[in-house]
Design a protein around this ligand. Structure first.
Ligand SMILES: NC(=O)c1ccc[n+]([C@@H]2O[C@H](COP(=O)([O-])OP(=O)(O)OC[C@H]3O[C@@H](n4cnc5c(N)ncnc54)[C@H](OP(=O)(O)O)[C@@H]3O)[C@@H](O)[C@H]2O)c1
Length: 289
């Protein structure tokens, strides 16, 4: 039985992941922000599910944009379970639109949740994982960080940063017996669209109206014809949690076959490049690919 904390578990991939993990017999802590307010309903549903099915699923308050909240959530897990085996850095949101339309403050909010959120939660958890000599950080990334398309530049940049953190953690934590991996997902229908934050600058948006409008039309056409099942992503996260230590790949791509194959080729080439570059720098022994 694994003890797992999943951030952003009110909806989407996070919600599916906590429900699946708990039903499979794991001890699961569902991180939700604002349990007393915006997520009161989701918290009550999860608590109700735990009681109805007699599964180990507990809701913990966790706003990833606040370090003290991350610290308290990890302390709650350790107090209750005595250890923490898996941290799923899933909480995230998207600021879609042309890069120029966003202010630096808006960009900061995009990075604060998607990048620094994972940093805060991991920083709180890692002393425990290192002490245990075991455990895994699982980040939820995006295929848009591997192949950049227009109108999601801030989001793609945040997920690229998350990918770099994941790889650095992987190298740095391996000597402690701790793993770090990322799941790069293609677009799936969750609440991410409803929660999207558009740029406030209407004038700059207007300048891009034609291109952005056409892009959104084309992008949503395929998705509405054949909606993908977000369970593909939560199943991949669950499979990583249940994999034996040392057998987890650095990057897992969850996407329709042509996209997945193309990005897996890119990932293999990037790993080859890392081998060459690290050997040339004389630091191969410090890398875990
Ligand atoms: N769906 C996709 O197409 C897709 C593709 C690739 C990657 N992803 C990534 O997958 C992850 C999950 O997204 P999703 O698609 O499942 O969307 P979602 O249904 O909107 O779920 C996002 C979750 O993140 C939470 N969250 C946002 N800000 C938070 C904060 N400051 N503290 C704690 N929780 C916070 C949300 O909580 P609230 O309910 O309180 O807002 C919600 O539970 C995200 O990192 C997203 O970038 C999604």
């Amino acid at each position: 039985m694994t003890v797992a904390l999943v951030t952003g578990a009110s909806t989407g991939f996070g919600r599916l992941t906590v429900e699946t993990l708990a039903r499979r017999g794991h001890q699961v802590f569902a991180g939700l922000r604002d349990i007393g307010g915006r997520n009161a309903k989701a918290a009550a549903e999860l608590t109700g599910l735990a009681a109805a099915e007699a599964i180990e699923l507990r809701v913990v308050e966790l706003d990833v944009s606040v370090q003290s909240s991350a610290d308290r959530a990890i302390a709650t897990v350790i107090d209750a379970a005595g250890r923490i085996d898996a941290v799923v850095n899933n909480a995230g949101l998207i600021f879609p639109g042309p890069v120029e339309a966003f202010t630096a403050e808006e960009a900061q909010r995009q990075f604060d949740v998607n990048v620094l959120g994972a940093l805060r939660v991991s920083r709180a958890a890692l002393p425990h994982l290192r002490r245990q000599g075991a455990g895994v950080l699982i980040q939820v990334g995006s295929t848009s960080s591997r192949v950049t398309i227009p109108y999601s530049g801030l989001y793609a940049a945040s997920k690229a940063a998350l990918g770099s953190l994941t790889e650095a953690w992987r190298h740095e934590l391996a000597p402690f017996g701790v793993e770090s991996v990322i799941v790069d997902a293609a677009p799936y229908p969750t609440s991410i669209g409803a929660n999207a934050v558009m740029p406030a600058d209407a004038a700059r948006m207007e300048a891009y109206a034609e291109g952005f409008g056409g892009f959104v039309t084309e992008l949503t056409k395929l998705q509405s014809e054949a909606p993908a099942d977000p369970r593909a992503v939560s199943d991949a996260i669950v499979a990583l949690i249940e994999s034996p230590a040392g057998a987890r790949p650095a990057r897992t791509v969850v996407a329709p076959a042509p996209q997945r194959d193309a990005i897996e080729s890119l990932n293999a080439a990037a790993a080859d490049a890392a081998r060459v570059v690290s050997a040339d720098m004389g630091v191969s022994a410090f890398l875990t690919l």
